[in-house]
Design a protein around this ligand. Structure first.
Ligand SMILES: [Zn+2]
Length: 450
């Protein structure tokens, strides 16, 4: 088993309890990751393409063609997976009727997100982790719901990853709840994600992370011959629109513009990948999305949830939002033949390992503080136990202020740590750690007296 030694011996001099630990792969997560199948992903994508079009405006009553048939098929797969879940996986199509909006909806239209929920086993744990991809797609003209639109990469790739995670994870149990969603209405203006995140907000649901997968199964660009199937981008916004007033002042005065929820999630994703998925690099992009494009993570970000977007390293615009056609010797259209299923397998493993590590972890430590009562060249941190889950201990993480990733992780069993490093020169955060070593999302300390 691969071991990850992160602790620097120097720290053992200063931490008060047994400070040495190693980070290893959790065998349960390693096993699940090994079950992700390239063939299974390919078969889901080919099936989704076989519905001809999955435009939100396409026919809903035909058993073989259109978005209605496609979402019924996803539901039927979820229901198959549910049989092996001991009653913990339940699935349904969450529908809402969209009214003409003068933009991308021209007639009253039934929208349906296909939602499978793997209920957490800990009744005290109200955390929810979401993985999403969008089932709908589009032709060159977004209002054309009748012609063919294969949508193999955009975004059957994302939905295939969601379904594969559901297939494998629903056979296991986790303390926290995981939701697997095939969204609709993305191409008409993020309508399905807007509906789902709005409903969650109204119900005050505790969504701790959203992993949105959109265009993540192809490996080349249209401008060059560069093939890249060893890197995936994770897009994260610095802070959400809710960070205004006093919150914005705090971010500004403490220099926390790179420590918002989505960016912490991106950093977590990168670290977990290093532990579980070989030959894949997570490239963090410090912006919410690409130019001229949007994604289903954004309605969550706008409501204050931690949400990120996974997208392949290079994009081929001949294959996105294009009618299938041959023009000047160039094949346009989002066809399965342009997919790299091995790359999609690795990207699915990235999702699965992160979802599993998050859902197995205790909840985040509470009341994390850094003592700023006096001028000192040290750092004194303290916190309280998490609301749910059994902890083995905590990781204190630190990095230089210019570093994009955490540089040290120090383990302790105590709810405090004194460090011989100046709080002025580093950023810190604290994670709860389960018996098996699964870490919660990190909490950045607030300034306070102890
Ligand atoms: Zn898309």
């Amino acid at each position: 088993m691969r071991k990850f030694f992160i602790l620097i011996p120097l720290f053992t001099l200063y931490t008060t309890t047994k400070a040495q630990t190693t980070i290893s792969r959790d065998p349960q997560i390693e096993k699940m990751v090994s079950e992700v199948s390239k063939d299974s992903l390919e078969s889901y994508i080919k099936k989704m393409v076989s519905f001809g079009t999955r435009s939100t405006l396409s026919i809903q009553t035909d058993p073989k063609r259109g978005i209605g048939a496609a979402r019924n098929w996803v539901l039927s797969r979820y229901n198959e997976f549910a049989k092996e879940s001991g009653g913990r996986l339940t699935a349904f199509i969450d529908t809402v009727t969209l009214q003409p909006d003068g933009r991308r909806i021209d007639n009253p239209t039934l929208l349906g997100n296909v939602v499978a929920t793997l209920k957490g086993t800990d009744t005290n744990d109200d955390r929810i982790f979401i993985i999403s991809g969008h089932l709908d797609n589009m032709r060159s003209n977004v209002m054309d719901g009748s012609g063919d639109a294969p949508g193999a990469n955009d975004d059957a790739s994302g939905v295939a990853a969601v379904m594969e995670c559901a297939r494998i994870m629903s056979k296991r149990s986790f303390p926290a709840t995981i939701i697997f969603v095939a969204v609709s209405g993305e191409e008409q203006g993020l309508l399905g994600a807007n509906y789902m995140s709005g409903k969650a907000k109204k119900q005050n649901r505790n969504i701790e992370a959203v992993l949105n997968n959109d265009i993540m199964g192809s490996n080349n660009s249209n401008e060059t011959n560069v093939i890249n199937n060893t890197k995936i981008r994770v897009f994260s916004e610095s802070f959400s629109v809710q960070d205004t007033g006093k919150a914005a002042l705090t971010i500004r005065s403490l220099g926390l513009e790179n420590d918002g929820k989505a960016r912490q999630l991106a950093r977590y994703v990168k670290e977990t990948r290093e532990r579980y998925v070989d030959n894949l690099e997570v490239v963090m992009v410090y912006r919410n999305d690409r130019f001229l494009r949007g994604g289903d993570h954004t309605p969550y970000v706008q409501r204050g949830y931690a949400a990120v977007r996974f997208t392949e390293m290079n994009e081929n615009y001949y294959h996105q939002h294009q009618d299938v056609r041959l023009e000047n010797g160039i094949q346009y259209g989002d066809l399965p033949e342009f997919m790299d299923f091995e790359y999609l397998r690795k990207n699915t493993c990235l999702n699965l390992s992160n979802l599993a590590n998050l859902a197995k972890s205790p909840s985040m430590p509470q009341e994390v503080k850094v003592d700023t009562k006096k001028l000192t060249n040290f750092t004194n941190l303290s916190w309280k136990a998490p609301k749910s889950g059994k902890v083995k201990g905590y990781f204190v993480m630190m990095r230089e202020t210019t570093s994009s990733t955490w540089q040290k992780k120090i383990f302790t069993t105590e709810p405090k740590m004194d460090l011989p490093y100046s709080k002025d020169n580093y950023f810190f955060a604290v994670q709860s750690v389960s018996e098996e070593g699964n870490e919660s999302l990190p909490v950045v300390p607030s300034p306070a007296g102890r």
